[in-house]
Design a protein around this ligand. Structure first.
Ligand SMILES: [Zn+2]
Length: 139
């Protein structure tokens, strides 16, 4: 398997694929992620409290979307922004964004965690899917 570069790992996560092997089928339903990758066996829940990172990522993205909705709403409706419509729009963004982003928060967090803590034998990855070591840069 090719080495796990930052770009490759995050691209796989953006496509809702396994960050280790690129395999699909990680979600049986929108909110139900499998425990292990069906292709390589990678165990996504690597340590106790692992998904706190995904929750944090989802919170950051949701607040960013909320801020964007407020700023765009005010800028577009200047000089007389309608308070009721802006509140309705921002409440909708605040309610919908975390639900829609949920699967990406899981795969992106798994990829980020994998980049910070490389694979270990305890991660249950089939040896055929172990990535090659990253080439070292020459000095
Ligand atoms: Zn996999």
């Amino acid at each position: 398997m090719p080495p796990l570069t930052v770009g490759r790992t995050l691209r796989r996560a953006m496509g809702l694929r396994c960050p280790v092997c690129g395999g699909r089928g990680l979600f049986s339903r929108w909110f139900s992620m499998v425990e292990n990758c069906p292709t390589c066996g990678f165990r996504f829940h690597r340590v106790e409290g692992h998904w706190i990172g995904a929750l944090g990522l989802n919170t950051i993205v949701s607040f960013a979307a909320l801020l964007l909705a407020v700023v765009i709403g005010i800028v577009v409706t200047m000089p007389d922004p309608p308070a009721g419509a802006l509140i309705a729009a921002t409440v909708t963004v605040a309610a919908v964004t975390p639900v829609v982003f949920f699967p990406w928060s899981r795969t992106l967090w798994s990829a980020t965690d994998l980049l910070m803590r490389p694979l270990e034998p305890d991660d249950d990855v089939d040896v055929r899917y172990w990535p090659a070591a990253r080439p070292r840069k020459r000095r």
